[in-house]
Ligand binder design. Structure first.
Ligand code: PGA
Length: 251
């Protein structure tokens, strides 16, 4: 099955409204932008820059998404934003279970499963992140860890259509470190995740879900990673803050 590539920029806690305008202006001025026929593009800015980016990209082929959500639709949850609110604001997708949320903000697999259900309820495409630490990899536990993370999420999330979910394999030791997984390491993890998807749903879902790689993706290493059979694009942190680097990766 052919899967269209997808490249998503995760801006994390970077880019105010004016900086978002500046990014967009530079993006528009690039000589060579990626061909939307070849690759889908998305950007996940901080909550406060969602509105500006959604307005700026209104007539352009750019998906806009949030980096987190709360699983309830509304209620007394100070500081939280619901899936329905994100959808109403014009979001297309939402990142769920990023390792920074798991490690720094106590995100658990149970919460992540609830967040997946909330995204579906509101019609947002969930981008689910899984990945192992350096210690887990050196202990030979990579597969056990990412299987557990994915399986937990799927326990409450039936996938009937490959377009209902995007998965991102992000080894924690590669995020923001400049140390990228080798194409072979990433490919092995992606293939393994695809087998779990096929077993949990069916072969069509296994073959059709897009699995992105994330962790120090740069223009210099994107092509060799993207050449692997099961790598369908990227979740890009640092390099996505620079429109030229983001475009080069996507191209
Ligand atoms: P990085 O971040 O590209 O800066 O390593 C990736 C991510 O956290 O999604």
């Amino acid at each position: 099955m052919s899967r269209k590539k997808l490249v998503i920029g995760n801006w994390k806690m970077h880019h105010t409204g004016p900086e978002t305008h500046h990014w967009w202006q530079r993006w528009q001025e690039l000589d060579e932008r990626p061909d939307p026929q070849q690759v889908d593009l998305g950007v996940a800015p901080p909550f406060t820059s969602l509105g500006p980016l959604i307005d700026l990209s209104r007539h352009h082929p750019l998906l806009v998404g949030a980096q987190n959500l709360h699983w309830e639709s509304s209620g007394a949850f100070t500081g939280e934003v619901s899936a329905e609110m994100l959808a109403e604001a014009g979001c297309d997708f939402v990142i769920i279970g990023h390792s920074e949320r798991r490690q720094l903000f106590g995100e658990t697999d149970t919460r992540i499963a609830r967040k997946l259900a909330a995204a579906r309820r509101a019609g947002l495409l969930p981008v689910l992140c899984v990945g192992e630490t350096a210690d887990e990899r050196s202990a030979g536990r990579t597969e056990v860890v990412i299987e557990e993370q994915l399986q937990h999420a799927l326990d409450h999330f039936e996938i009937d259509d490959p377009g209902a979910l995007v998965l991102a394999y992000e080894p924690i030791w590669a995020i923001g470190t400049g140390q990228t997984a080798t194409p072979a390491q990433a490919q092995a993890a992606h293939r393994f995740l695809r087998e779990i998807l096929a077993a949990a749903a069916d072969s069509q879902v296994g073959a059709g879900v897009r699995i992105l790689y994330g962790g120090s993706v740069k223009p210099a290493n994107a092509a060799e990673l993207a050449a692997e059979d099961d790598i369908d694009g990227f979740l890009v942190g640092g390099a996505s803050l620079d429109p030229a680097a983001f475009a080069a990766i996507a191209r």
